[in-house]
Design a protein around this ligand. Structure first.
Ligand code: DQA
Length: 142
């Protein structure tokens, strides 16, 4: 099974970025968790991070026919991007939305998710562990 993990803008700043909200673990720690999960679950995991909306759309499009599942944290684009929603719908690959923080208990604008409308599940407020749970969920529903 091949899973693509996509992270949007500023996720590469984990550890430095608002640690009271996103925790002290770094982006490198997230990549290590993904590698470890891939081994434990016997799945192939490719990760991709971009700060650019169109680049994320391109990556989702290129996943068509190549991946069995997508884990996506579109970060700030969650709350604004119809283009990412449409790309997820276009490829129709089962996708799980992940948010490190509990977006429901934050500003009201963070409670709107466009990408989530094309996802089979949303995991929020679980920190980096949410990515592991998302991979396990995709494996389970396959
Ligand atoms: C986030 C939540 C978003 O509102 C925010 O813009 C992010 C990260 C999260 O993982 O909690 O960049 O997606």
């Amino acid at each position: 099974m091949k899973i693509l993990v996509i992270n949007g803008p500023n996720i590469n700043m984990l550890g430095l970025r608002e640690p009271d909200i996103y925790g002290k673990q770094s982006f490198a720690d997230l990549l290590a968790l993904l590698e470890q999960t891939a081994q434990e679950e016997s799945v192939d995991v490719e990760q991709f991070q971009s700060n650019h909306e169109g680049t994320i759309v391109d990556k989702i499009q290129s996943a068509y026919g190549c991946f069995d599942g997508i884990v996506i944290n579109p970060a700030a684009y969650t709350h604004t991007s119809v283009a990412i929603l449409d790309a997820l719908k276009a490829v129709a690959i089962p996708a799980v939305e992940v948010h490190i923080s509990d977006v429901d208990s934050r500003e009201s604008f963070r409670q709107i998710s466009y990408a989530g409308l094309a996802c089979v599940k949303t995991i929020k407020g679980q920190g980096l562990e949410g990515y592991r749970q998302a991979i396990q969920y995709l494996k389970q529903i396959r």
